[in-house]
Design a protein around this ligand. Structure first.
Ligand code: GDP
Ligand code: MG
Length: 163
């Protein structure tokens, strides 16, 4: 059976963009506004002859921040149940947010491997920097740009190193 990788994170960090990048077809909906991903979307990725299943998570039609926070917690619980590895996506342009901290708390308690994908590192020479995310308490922090396809290969290598 193929390993399963679940993508979690707060709205608008680029989970669906990363999902589409990994499965190399456009299945998830990427929108300008947050919270438009359907509940969960499943896809399959191939890397260096290996295959893994990918799950994109999100919430539809959520309006209040309380609803959004509750849905994210639900999605994180489901991800922990069904995935071997969690890709925790954060946004280098915004830095660590309170929701990132809440998600981290949940993920630190689980026995799954967690890789922090510090997304939107479009320009590696710019002032954005991913290292503050080490403060979330996970061993693996990898800067990526889902939109521009940067470091996606390194991310896949890391995924297989953790399986
Ligand atoms: P989700 O809510 O976490 O699924 O986020 P989406 O994948 O829908 O992306 C939210 C927004 O961030 C969209 O406008 C994307 O185009 C943008 N985005 C995603 N990845 C990147 C990236 O690597 N760099 C930049 N600059 N924007 C990105
Ligand atoms: Mg989405």
């Amino acid at each position: 059976e193929n390993p399963t990788v679940a993508i979690v994170g707060r709205p608008n960090v680029g989970k669906s963009t990363l999902f589409n990048r990994l499965i190399a077809e456009r299945k998830a909906v990427v929108e300008k506004s947050p919270n438009v991903t359907r509940d969960r979307i499943y896809g399959r990725a191939r890397w260096k002859g290996e295959t893994f299943e990918v799950v994109d998570t999100g919430g539809l039609d959520l309006e209040s921040s309380a609803e959004i926070a509750q849905n994210i917690k639900y999605q994180v619980d489901k991800a922990i149940e069904e995935a071997d590895i969690i890709l925790f996506v954060v946004d280098v342009r915004e830095g660590i947010s309170p929701l990132d901290r809440e998600i981290s708390q949940k993920l630190r308690k689980c026995d799954r491997e967690v890789i922090v994908a510090a997304n939107k590192m479009d320009d590696f020479s710019a002032q954005d920097e991913p290292w503050e995310f080490y403060n979330l308490g996970f061993e693996d922090v990898l800067p990526i740009s889902a939109e521009h396809g940067k470091n996606i290969g390194d991310l896949c290598d890391k995924i297989f190193a953790r399986i």
